[in-house]
Design a protein around this ligand. Structure first.
Ligand code: BES
Ligand code: MN
Length: 461
């Protein structure tokens, strides 16, 4: 006789077209969190999820915040083990729009020459497609058995992509309602299209914006050139001094709390079939640009970085304008590892800018969020169970991997709720998240749903 799990897996395959229709309806909602023009769409997206969760039998509501709503749904029809699933319903802006091959919010299935299929649209991968893999797994369990294998709380936020300030206090004030045995997040990548992965660490983040002002107006560069302080020149000198010629970040104390990798982990990573040349080659590069003497995996997984993510000052339009600008500004993003503290790094960065500021120049700063890095003890049973369930579905061992991106809530779940988080995602490196032409493989979606169905089953044992 077929087990409940077998029947659930069959149901998932049989229901895939309806599941895609549901995903398409949520992909059509333009929930761009960073742009206030889309606030209504963000609220509509939250409302969509509330209705959808209710339709599966969850008790769900959207909690208003000063920003976008936070959706919480509970299904406690099963006592015993419980999980908290986190995802985000907001998406990145679509610009530059002219680089899209289609309307970002009119999702469709693309069939390639080799017969493989991809779901196309903003959010198809990050994170709407991934969120729906979990929701669809719950739906299938409910449809087949009338219950879920474990107690489930779903938490969906609408400000992940903006490093929003409203989730941390919500976690603190709803800690008892949200606490469960383990956290689950579906917002990360597989190792490759055939090999599942659990990401066991995430980098933290410290984003800061600096503006340098000198003269009280833009100046004719002939009349004033040489005599007037030039904010563009001051800014680039300061920015260039953030790293030395070996690629190390120069801020005093920056590497405090950044240990060398444990030898065992280093050895594990060396065994991963990772090709540095191919990784860089895929985006048109050839030479690692970071700290000398480090592998590329170390650079992006276990070493901190300082990246200038935006820069502006002076005339940037067509043609040429002979002007010394009165202001220049830059956005600087630090990725943090191990025990680096975002606010200590921010203070060191600001002190560094102040120290290098010449006469007549003034610096001001805008804080754009920060989060600590996080690492999980992967010998806990939930990790082994999830790993085995993934291997069952994909027919291959799941890798425990590091990762370069950040999901700020993860550290808070650990800190404020005391829970480990299993980060299992089905996105691929070439999904173009945050970029034009974002996609999610249909197989990521289908087998992602099946993977969660198996993981929930494994957790119930
Ligand atoms: N889902 C990504 C991060 C990610 C992708 C982590 C793949 C691991 C593997 C997430 O939505 C994201 O982009 N986060 C931002 C955080 C920020 C805007 C606060 C990031 O990493 O830049
Ligand atoms: Mn994401």
């Amino acid at each position: 006789m077929a087990s409940d799990l077998d029947r659930v897996l069959d149901r998932i395959d049989g229901d895939i077209d309806a599941a895609l229709e549901r995903l398409f309806s949520v992909l059509r909602i333009k929930s761009v969190s960073t742009d206030p023009a889309f606030a209504k769409e963000c609220a509509a997206c939250a409302a969509w999820h509330v209705e959808d969760l209710k339709s599966i039998g969850f008790e769900a509501m959207a909690h208003a915040t000063p920003g976008h709503p936070i959706v919480v749904g509970h299904d406690r029809s099963t006592s015993g083990k419980s999980v908290l699933f986190y995802g985000h319903y907001d998406v990145q802006p679509t610009d530059p729009l002219n680089l899209w091959d289609h309307d970002p919010f009119e999702p469709f299935i693309e069939t390639r020459k080799d017969g493989t299929k991809a779901i196309r649209g903003r959010g198809s991968s990050d994170d709407k497609g991934q969120v729906m893999t979990f929701v669809e797994a719950c739906r299938a369990w409910k449809a087949v058995t009338g219950r879920l294998p474990v107690g489930i709380t779903v938490l969906l936020e609408g400000e992940e992509e903006t490093g929003g300030v409203n989730l941390p206090p919500f976690l603190a004030s709803h800690a008892d309602e949200l606490r469960a045995d383990v956290g689950l997040i579906c917002d990360t990548n597989m190792w490759d299209a055939r090999t599942p992965a659990i990401q066991t660490m995430l980098r933290g983040l410290c984003n800061d914006e600096v503006t340098i002002r000198a003269a009280d107006r833009d100046l004719h560069s002939g009349f004033y050139g040489n005599a007037a302080a030039n904010p563009n020149a001051v800014l680039v000198r300061i920015l260039a001094s953030l790293r030395d010629e070996t690629g190390r970040v120069t801020l005093p104390g920056f590497y405090e709390g950044v240990p060398e990798l444990p030898e065992a982990l280093k050895a594990d990573w060396q065994k991963l079939p990772f090709d540095e040349k191919a990784f860089l080659g895929a985006v048109g590069l050839s030479e690692p640009a970071g700290e000398k003497g480090r592998s590329v995996l170390e650079m992006v997984w276990s070493r901190p970085t300082c990246e200038i993510t935006g820069i502006g000052g002076g005339y940037q339009g067509e043609g040429f304008k002979t002007v010394i600008p009165s202001v220049a500004s830059a956005k600087v993003s630090f990725r943090l590892v191990f025990d680096q503290d975002p606010e200590t790094v921010r203070a060191a960065f600001r002190a560094h800018v102040q120290k290098l500021l010449p006469p007549d120049c003034e610096a001001s700063f805008i804080k754009h969020g920060g989060s600590r890095a996080v690492r999980f003890p992967v010998d806990a049973p939930s990790f082994a169970k999830a790993r085995a369930a993934l291997a069952e579905e994909w027919g291959r061992e799941a890798f425990f991997i590091g990762g370069g991106g950040s999901i700020p809530v993860t550290g808070l779940i650990k800190e404020k709720l005391g829970m480990d988080v299993v980060l299992a995602g089905f996105a691929l490196e070439d999904d173009r998240i945050h970029s034009p032409n974002e996609k999610y493989e249909l197989e990521s979606f289908r087998r992602g749903i099946r993977s969660w169905a198996r993981i929930l089953d494994a957790f119930s044992r």
